[in-house]
Write a protein that binds this ligand. Sequence first.
Ligand code: ZN
Length: 242
Amino acid sequence: MKVLVISDIHANLTALETVLADAGEVDAVWALGDVVGYGPDPNECIERVKSLPNSICLLGNHDAATIDQIDVLTFNPAARLAIQWTQKAITPENREFLRKLPASQRVENVTLVHGSPREPVWEYLLDSRNAAANFDYFYTTYCFVGHTHLPIMYLMENGNQFAQMISPASFTPLKLVPRSIINPGSVGQPRDHDPRASYLLYDKETQTIEYRRIDYDIQAVQKRMRQAGLPSRHIQRLVDGW
Ligand code: ZN
């Protein structure tokens, strides 16, 4: 069974469609939150995710802010403007979709969250120390997370005392080792200085993953962002991959 694992689409339909076409036929889709925020296509992205086979979508911090579950004042001014724009743009049906999203979900030997097992919506797993502390907060073999927009993995070593950080190569199948925390990177707003959309494929039978990075039409997204009047900082960062 082939699972497409995506995160942080951030209302970037062009990147999402490019990823879906590149991934080809899959049996299930796990979207790890932040379908909306920053980008110009919140409704289109939600509707596309809803249309995917066996899709599970998690609640991200931008999704939660859009439906007033998190105070927009906790975001920096530019991110806040984008959330307020999204709140105006989103349809009642799609608002309802966001309202029903779970903060975490377990699928067999895998836990899915947006931020971290300890703080599913908010915590950023940016270093080995925080990652190591989080292995006590989930009980499955693997945990898939998003939120940092960085395609990295943490491998537990020495009984939760230490987590090794790994930056996996793209297009290279990798056998998973128990236990690991795995981040597919961001579809719609990568932040590792590589502007290409990031995602991964997970093969349940062989317990392997394959990271992928692909080009998409960034200019087309930037044009729609300009037309929507979204903050220029977010328009620029798509090219910088940061
Ligand atoms: Zn995000």
